[in-house]
Design a protein around this ligand. Sequence first.
Ligand SMILES: Cc1ncc(COP(=O)(O)O)c(C=O)c1O
Length: 396
Amino acid sequence: MESPVPSLSRRSREIPAFLAMDVLDRARALERQGRRIIHLEVGDPDFPTPPPIVEAGRRALAEGHTHYTESMGIRPLREAIARHYHRRYGVDVSPERVLVTSGTSPALAMVMQAILDPGDEALVPDPGYACYANFVRAAGGVPVAVDAGPASGYRLTVEALEAARTPRTRAVLVNSPSNPTGVVYGPEALQPLVEWAERHGIWLISDEIYHGLSETGPEPSALEYGPRAVVVDGCSKRYAMTGWRLGWCVAPVELVRPLQKLQQNLMVCAPAASQAAAVAALTEGEPYVAAMARAYAERRRILTRGLEALGLPVAGRPQGAFYVLADVRRITSDSVGLAFELLERTGVALTPGVDFGQRGEGHLRLSCAASPQAIQEGLRLLGEWLRQRGERPAAG
Ligand SMILES: Cc1ncc(COP(=O)(O)O)c(C=O)c1O
Protein backbone atom coordinates (compact mmCIF):
# COMPACT_ATOMS: atom_id res chain seq x y z
CA MET A 1 0.00 0.00 0.00
CA GLU A 2 1.25 3.48 -0.85
CA SER A 3 1.99 5.65 2.15
CA PRO A 4 0.27 9.05 2.20
CA VAL A 5 2.36 12.09 1.22
CA PRO A 6 2.66 14.51 4.14
CA SER A 7 0.92 17.74 3.20
CA LEU A 8 2.37 21.21 2.77
CA SER A 9 0.96 24.31 4.39
CA ARG A 10 -1.24 26.59 2.35
CA ARG A 11 1.19 29.40 3.21
CA SER A 12 4.13 27.60 1.61
CA ARG A 13 2.07 26.63 -1.43
CA GLU A 14 0.80 30.13 -1.98
CA ILE A 15 3.90 32.23 -1.31
CA PRO A 16 5.03 33.57 -4.69
CA ALA A 17 8.62 33.25 -5.81
CA PHE A 18 10.97 36.23 -5.49
CA LEU A 19 11.29 36.70 -9.26
CA ALA A 20 14.64 38.50 -9.05
CA MET A 21 16.06 35.30 -7.55
CA ASP A 22 14.29 33.12 -10.15
CA VAL A 23 15.98 35.17 -12.88
CA LEU A 24 19.32 34.85 -11.06
CA ASP A 25 18.90 31.06 -10.75
CA ARG A 26 18.21 30.74 -14.50
CA ALA A 27 21.12 33.10 -15.29
CA ARG A 28 23.47 30.93 -13.24
CA ALA A 29 22.23 27.81 -15.03
CA LEU A 30 23.00 29.48 -18.39
CA GLU A 31 26.46 30.44 -17.10
CA ARG A 32 27.10 26.80 -16.20
CA GLN A 33 26.36 26.00 -19.87
CA GLY A 34 29.06 28.49 -20.88
CA ARG A 35 26.85 31.54 -21.69
CA ARG A 36 28.11 35.00 -20.79
CA ILE A 37 25.52 36.82 -18.66
CA ILE A 38 25.32 40.52 -17.78
CA HIS A 39 23.88 40.63 -14.27
CA LEU A 40 21.58 43.62 -13.86
CA GLU A 41 18.95 41.70 -11.87
CA VAL A 42 20.10 41.49 -8.26
CA GLY A 43 20.73 44.16 -5.67
CA ASP A 44 24.06 42.82 -4.52
CA PRO A 45 26.91 45.36 -4.64
CA ASP A 46 29.77 44.42 -6.95
CA PHE A 47 32.17 46.13 -4.52
CA PRO A 48 34.11 44.00 -2.06
CA THR A 49 33.43 44.53 1.64
CA PRO A 50 35.86 47.34 2.70
CA PRO A 51 39.16 45.97 4.12
CA PRO A 52 38.86 47.24 7.74
CA ILE A 53 35.50 45.48 8.03
CA VAL A 54 36.85 42.21 6.63
CA GLU A 55 39.81 42.49 8.99
CA ALA A 56 37.54 42.95 12.02
CA GLY A 57 35.58 39.84 11.02
CA ARG A 58 38.78 37.86 10.48
CA ARG A 59 40.14 38.97 13.86
CA ALA A 60 36.90 37.98 15.59
CA LEU A 61 37.11 34.49 14.12
CA ALA A 62 40.81 34.15 15.04
CA GLU A 63 40.07 35.26 18.60
CA GLY A 64 37.40 32.62 18.99
CA HIS A 65 34.23 34.65 18.57
CA THR A 66 32.58 31.64 17.01
CA HIS A 67 29.77 31.07 19.50
CA TYR A 68 26.32 32.39 20.37
CA THR A 69 26.13 35.98 21.55
CA GLU A 70 23.45 37.68 23.65
CA SER A 71 20.13 37.38 21.78
CA MET A 72 19.87 41.17 21.36
CA GLY A 73 23.40 41.44 19.96
CA ILE A 74 26.81 42.31 21.42
CA ARG A 75 26.88 45.45 23.50
CA PRO A 76 29.62 47.27 21.47
CA LEU A 77 27.54 46.89 18.32
CA ARG A 78 24.28 48.04 19.91
CA GLU A 79 26.17 51.06 21.26
CA ALA A 80 27.78 51.77 17.87
CA ILE A 81 24.34 51.64 16.24
CA ALA A 82 22.91 54.03 18.86
CA ARG A 83 25.84 56.42 18.22
CA HIS A 84 25.17 56.17 14.46
CA TYR A 85 21.62 57.53 14.99
CA HIS A 86 22.92 60.36 17.10
CA ARG A 87 25.68 61.30 14.67
CA ARG A 88 23.77 60.95 11.44
CA TYR A 89 20.24 62.01 12.39
CA GLY A 90 20.64 63.81 15.71
CA VAL A 91 18.25 61.39 17.45
CA ASP A 92 18.96 59.80 20.81
CA VAL A 93 18.33 56.07 20.72
CA SER A 94 19.14 53.97 23.75
CA PRO A 95 21.13 50.80 22.89
CA GLU A 96 18.36 48.98 24.81
CA ARG A 97 16.07 49.67 21.85
CA VAL A 98 18.44 48.08 19.31
CA LEU A 99 17.99 44.44 18.28
CA VAL A 100 20.77 43.03 16.10
CA THR A 101 19.50 40.52 13.51
CA SER A 102 20.88 38.22 10.78
CA GLY A 103 20.08 40.76 8.06
CA THR A 104 17.26 43.21 7.57
CA SER A 105 15.00 40.43 6.28
CA PRO A 106 14.73 38.60 9.65
CA ALA A 107 14.12 41.97 11.31
CA LEU A 108 11.19 42.55 8.97
CA ALA A 109 9.90 39.00 9.50
CA MET A 110 10.03 39.30 13.29
CA VAL A 111 8.48 42.77 13.38
CA MET A 112 5.54 41.46 11.33
CA GLN A 113 5.18 38.47 13.64
CA ALA A 114 5.28 40.77 16.66
CA ILE A 115 2.53 43.12 15.48
CA LEU A 116 0.11 41.17 13.25
CA ASP A 117 -2.66 38.77 14.17
CA PRO A 118 -4.35 36.65 11.47
CA GLY A 119 -6.38 38.91 9.18
CA ASP A 120 -4.67 42.13 10.27
CA GLU A 121 -3.78 44.41 7.38
CA ALA A 122 -0.44 45.97 6.54
CA LEU A 123 -0.12 48.68 3.89
CA VAL A 124 2.71 48.14 1.41
CA PRO A 125 3.86 50.50 -1.36
CA ASP A 126 3.06 49.49 -4.94
CA PRO A 127 5.50 49.47 -6.60
CA GLY A 128 7.60 48.46 -3.62
CA TYR A 129 10.08 45.86 -2.40
CA ALA A 130 8.84 42.46 -3.53
CA CYS A 131 9.16 40.68 -0.19
CA TYR A 132 7.12 43.09 1.99
CA ALA A 133 3.80 41.49 1.10
CA ASN A 134 5.27 38.07 1.80
CA PHE A 135 6.62 39.02 5.24
CA VAL A 136 3.06 40.14 6.02
CA ARG A 137 1.54 36.91 4.67
CA ALA A 138 4.08 34.75 6.51
CA ALA A 139 2.89 36.36 9.76
CA GLY A 140 -0.74 35.58 8.88
CA GLY A 141 -1.52 39.16 7.89
CA VAL A 142 -3.06 40.60 4.75
CA PRO A 143 -0.91 42.91 2.59
CA VAL A 144 -2.80 45.84 1.10
CA ALA A 145 -1.09 47.42 -1.92
CA VAL A 146 -1.14 51.21 -1.77
CA ASP A 147 -0.61 53.43 -4.79
CA ALA A 148 2.96 54.73 -4.86
CA GLY A 149 2.88 55.42 -8.58
CA PRO A 150 3.70 58.30 -10.94
CA ALA A 151 1.09 60.76 -9.62
CA SER A 152 2.99 61.09 -6.33
CA GLY A 153 6.49 60.77 -7.81
CA TYR A 154 6.50 57.08 -6.76
CA ARG A 155 6.10 57.88 -3.06
CA LEU A 156 3.42 56.93 -0.56
CA THR A 157 1.22 59.83 0.49
CA VAL A 158 -1.13 60.43 3.41
CA GLU A 159 -4.04 60.57 0.94
CA ALA A 160 -3.21 57.14 -0.47
CA LEU A 161 -2.73 55.64 3.01
CA GLU A 162 -5.98 57.18 4.22
CA ALA A 163 -7.85 55.71 1.24
CA ALA A 164 -6.53 52.25 2.16
CA ARG A 165 -7.02 52.47 5.95
CA THR A 166 -9.61 50.14 7.55
CA PRO A 167 -10.28 49.12 11.17
CA ARG A 168 -7.89 46.16 10.54
CA THR A 169 -4.95 48.34 9.47
CA ARG A 170 -2.05 47.68 11.85
CA ALA A 171 1.05 48.68 9.94
CA VAL A 172 2.51 50.58 7.01
CA LEU A 173 5.87 49.89 5.37
CA VAL A 174 7.91 52.75 3.93
CA ASN A 175 11.17 52.41 2.04
CA SER A 176 13.48 55.28 1.12
CA PRO A 177 15.63 55.32 -0.96
CA SER A 178 13.21 52.96 -2.64
CA ASN A 179 13.57 49.63 -4.27
CA PRO A 180 12.65 49.41 -7.22
CA THR A 181 12.61 53.10 -8.27
CA GLY A 182 15.56 54.70 -6.44
CA VAL A 183 13.21 57.51 -5.37
CA VAL A 184 14.17 59.29 -2.13
CA TYR A 185 11.68 60.65 0.44
CA GLY A 186 12.73 64.06 1.76
CA PRO A 187 11.48 65.34 5.14
CA GLU A 188 8.37 66.82 3.50
CA ALA A 189 7.41 63.38 2.16
CA LEU A 190 8.36 61.25 5.18
CA GLN A 191 7.27 63.32 8.17
CA PRO A 192 3.52 63.40 7.29
CA LEU A 193 3.50 59.60 6.92
CA VAL A 194 5.06 59.08 10.35
CA GLU A 195 2.64 61.56 11.93
CA TRP A 196 -0.34 59.95 10.18
CA ALA A 197 0.65 56.53 11.57
CA GLU A 198 1.15 57.92 15.10
CA ARG A 199 -2.23 59.68 14.93
CA HIS A 200 -4.04 56.46 14.05
CA GLY A 201 -2.14 54.07 16.32
CA ILE A 202 -0.66 52.29 13.30
CA TRP A 203 2.90 50.94 13.32
CA LEU A 204 5.12 52.64 10.75
CA ILE A 205 8.05 50.48 9.72
CA SER A 206 10.71 52.42 7.89
CA ASP A 207 13.13 50.30 5.87
CA GLU A 208 16.27 52.44 5.71
CA ILE A 209 18.60 49.83 4.24
CA TYR A 210 19.65 52.12 1.34
CA HIS A 211 20.45 55.13 3.52
CA GLY A 212 23.84 56.62 2.70
CA LEU A 213 23.55 55.71 -0.98
CA SER A 214 21.75 58.84 -2.25
CA GLU A 215 22.91 61.83 -4.23
CA THR A 216 20.49 64.02 -2.25
CA GLY A 217 22.67 64.09 0.86
CA PRO A 218 21.62 62.55 4.17
CA GLU A 219 18.16 61.00 3.99
CA PRO A 220 15.83 61.65 6.92
CA SER A 221 15.07 58.78 9.29
CA ALA A 222 11.54 58.08 10.50
CA LEU A 223 13.01 58.19 14.02
CA GLU A 224 13.29 61.98 13.63
CA TYR A 225 9.51 62.37 13.42
CA GLY A 226 7.84 59.93 15.76
CA PRO A 227 8.73 58.14 18.99
CA ARG A 228 6.97 54.97 17.90
CA ALA A 229 8.47 54.59 14.42
CA VAL A 230 10.16 51.22 13.88
CA VAL A 231 13.33 51.34 11.81
CA VAL A 232 14.94 48.37 10.10
CA ASP A 233 18.37 48.76 8.57
CA GLY A 234 21.53 46.75 8.07
CA CYS A 235 24.98 46.40 6.59
CA SER A 236 24.08 44.54 3.38
CA LYS A 237 23.82 47.36 0.89
CA ARG A 238 25.60 50.37 2.42
CA TYR A 239 28.77 48.49 3.35
CA ALA A 240 28.61 45.85 0.58
CA MET A 241 28.07 43.09 3.15
CA THR A 242 25.13 41.05 1.80
CA GLY A 243 26.79 37.72 2.64
CA TRP A 244 27.62 38.63 6.24
CA ARG A 245 23.90 38.62 7.11
CA LEU A 246 23.82 41.48 9.54
CA GLY A 247 20.97 43.90 10.17
CA TRP A 248 19.13 45.54 13.02
CA CYS A 249 15.88 46.96 14.23
CA VAL A 250 15.37 50.07 16.34
CA ALA A 251 12.08 49.54 18.13
CA PRO A 252 10.04 51.50 20.64
CA VAL A 253 10.32 50.05 24.15
CA GLU A 254 6.97 48.21 24.04
CA LEU A 255 8.16 46.20 21.04
CA VAL A 256 11.62 45.30 22.35
CA ARG A 257 10.74 42.36 24.61
CA PRO A 258 8.36 40.74 22.05
CA LEU A 259 11.11 41.00 19.42
CA GLN A 260 13.71 39.63 21.82
CA LYS A 261 11.53 36.58 22.54
CA LEU A 262 10.98 35.98 18.81
CA GLN A 263 14.73 36.27 18.18
CA GLN A 264 15.59 33.89 21.05
CA ASN A 265 13.22 31.26 19.72
CA LEU A 266 13.51 31.64 15.97
CA MET A 267 17.02 32.95 15.31
CA VAL A 268 18.92 32.77 18.65
CA CYS A 269 21.28 35.58 17.64
CA ALA A 270 23.09 37.13 14.69
CA PRO A 271 26.47 35.61 13.62
CA ALA A 272 29.16 36.60 16.16
CA ALA A 273 31.94 37.45 13.68
CA SER A 274 29.53 39.47 11.53
CA GLN A 275 28.57 41.49 14.58
CA ALA A 276 32.25 42.30 15.21
CA ALA A 277 32.64 43.26 11.54
CA ALA A 278 29.56 45.51 11.80
CA VAL A 279 31.18 47.47 14.64
CA ALA A 280 34.04 48.26 12.22
CA ALA A 281 31.53 49.12 9.48
CA LEU A 282 29.78 51.67 11.69
CA THR A 283 32.97 53.21 13.02
CA GLU A 284 35.30 53.05 9.99
CA GLY A 285 33.03 52.51 7.00
CA GLU A 286 31.91 56.02 6.07
CA PRO A 287 34.68 56.97 3.57
CA TYR A 288 34.03 53.71 1.71
CA VAL A 289 30.26 54.32 1.70
CA ALA A 290 30.76 57.83 0.29
CA ALA A 291 32.92 56.46 -2.55
CA MET A 292 30.40 53.72 -3.37
CA ALA A 293 27.52 56.23 -3.27
CA ARG A 294 29.37 58.40 -5.83
CA ALA A 295 29.90 55.39 -8.07
CA TYR A 296 26.21 54.39 -7.89
CA ALA A 297 25.15 57.96 -8.76
CA GLU A 298 27.29 57.85 -11.91
CA ARG A 299 25.91 54.42 -12.84
CA ARG A 300 22.31 55.56 -12.30
CA ARG A 301 23.02 58.38 -14.76
CA ILE A 302 24.49 55.98 -17.34
CA LEU A 303 21.51 53.66 -17.00
CA THR A 304 18.89 56.40 -17.07
CA ARG A 305 20.38 58.12 -20.13
CA GLY A 306 20.95 54.82 -21.91
CA LEU A 307 17.39 53.59 -21.33
CA GLU A 308 15.88 56.89 -22.43
CA ALA A 309 18.01 56.81 -25.59
CA LEU A 310 16.45 53.41 -26.28
CA GLY A 311 12.98 54.93 -25.89
CA LEU A 312 12.38 53.27 -22.52
CA PRO A 313 11.29 55.94 -20.01
CA VAL A 314 12.51 55.67 -16.44
CA ALA A 315 9.92 55.71 -13.63
CA GLY A 316 10.24 58.64 -11.23
CA ARG A 317 13.54 60.29 -10.41
CA PRO A 318 16.10 57.76 -9.19
CA GLN A 319 18.42 59.54 -6.75
CA GLY A 320 19.35 56.76 -4.38
CA ALA A 321 19.82 53.01 -3.86
CA PHE A 322 21.05 51.27 -7.00
CA TYR A 323 17.97 50.65 -9.11
CA VAL A 324 16.15 52.08 -12.07
CA LEU A 325 12.65 51.00 -13.10
CA ALA A 326 12.21 51.17 -16.88
CA ASP A 327 8.81 51.44 -18.56
CA VAL A 328 8.58 48.80 -21.30
CA ARG A 329 4.83 49.04 -21.92
CA ARG A 330 5.40 50.02 -25.54
CA ILE A 331 6.89 46.54 -26.02
CA THR A 332 4.73 44.42 -23.72
CA SER A 333 2.70 44.35 -20.53
CA ASP A 334 4.15 40.93 -19.63
CA SER A 335 7.32 41.75 -17.70
CA VAL A 336 8.01 38.14 -16.72
CA GLY A 337 7.86 36.93 -20.32
CA LEU A 338 10.06 39.81 -21.47
CA ALA A 339 12.68 39.37 -18.71
CA PHE A 340 13.11 35.66 -19.48
CA GLU A 341 13.11 36.26 -23.25
CA LEU A 342 15.83 38.90 -22.86
CA LEU A 343 17.85 36.58 -20.65
CA GLU A 344 17.68 33.70 -23.14
CA ARG A 345 18.26 35.78 -26.27
CA THR A 346 20.66 38.50 -25.14
CA GLY A 347 22.19 37.18 -21.93
CA VAL A 348 21.08 40.33 -20.05
CA ALA A 349 19.51 39.44 -16.69
CA LEU A 350 16.84 41.90 -15.49
CA THR A 351 14.03 41.71 -12.93
CA PRO A 352 10.37 41.70 -14.06
CA GLY A 353 8.59 44.77 -12.71
CA VAL A 354 5.56 42.76 -11.55
CA ASP A 355 7.81 41.42 -8.77
CA PHE A 356 7.24 44.81 -7.14
CA GLY A 357 3.44 44.86 -7.38
CA GLN A 358 0.76 45.28 -10.03
CA ARG A 359 1.84 48.86 -10.66
CA GLY A 360 5.30 47.54 -11.55
CA GLU A 361 3.85 45.38 -14.36
CA GLY A 362 4.96 46.57 -17.81
CA HIS A 363 8.33 47.57 -16.34
CA LEU A 364 11.75 46.01 -15.84
CA ARG A 365 14.02 46.79 -12.91
CA LEU A 366 17.71 47.24 -13.67
CA SER A 367 20.28 47.18 -10.91
CA CYS A 368 23.44 49.27 -11.10
CA ALA A 369 25.22 47.16 -8.54
CA ALA A 370 27.30 46.18 -11.58
CA SER A 371 30.31 47.83 -13.20
CA PRO A 372 29.77 50.73 -15.66
CA GLN A 373 31.23 48.48 -18.37
CA ALA A 374 28.65 45.78 -17.62
CA ILE A 375 25.88 48.39 -17.63
CA GLN A 376 27.05 49.81 -21.00
CA GLU A 377 27.27 46.32 -22.48
CA GLY A 378 23.79 45.46 -21.15
CA LEU A 379 22.39 48.62 -22.76
CA ARG A 380 24.12 47.81 -26.04
CA LEU A 381 22.67 44.29 -26.11
CA LEU A 382 19.21 45.62 -25.27
CA GLY A 383 19.47 48.15 -28.08
CA GLU A 384 20.52 45.45 -30.54
CA TRP A 385 17.60 43.25 -29.51
CA LEU A 386 15.17 46.16 -29.92
CA ARG A 387 16.56 46.92 -33.39
CA GLN A 388 16.28 43.28 -34.46
CA ARG A 389 12.63 43.35 -33.40
CA GLY A 390 12.14 46.46 -35.50
CA GLU A 391 11.55 48.59 -32.40
CA ARG A 392 12.76 52.14 -32.69
CA PRO A 393 13.26 54.63 -29.93
CA ALA A 394 9.93 56.39 -29.30
CA ALA A 395 9.84 59.96 -30.60
CA GLY A 396 10.45 62.79 -28.17
C1 LIG B 1 14.23 47.30 0.44
C2 LIG B 1 14.96 46.10 0.94
N1 LIG B 1 14.81 45.72 2.21
C3 LIG B 1 15.44 44.63 2.70
C4 LIG B 1 16.27 43.86 1.90
C5 LIG B 1 16.94 42.64 2.49
O1 LIG B 1 18.19 42.93 2.95
P1 LIG B 1 19.09 41.98 3.87
O2 LIG B 1 20.21 41.50 3.02
O3 LIG B 1 19.60 42.88 4.97
O4 LIG B 1 18.24 40.90 4.42
C6 LIG B 1 16.45 44.22 0.56
C7 LIG B 1 17.30 43.41 -0.34
O5 LIG B 1 17.28 43.51 -1.53
C8 LIG B 1 15.79 45.37 0.07
O6 LIG B 1 15.92 45.77 -1.21
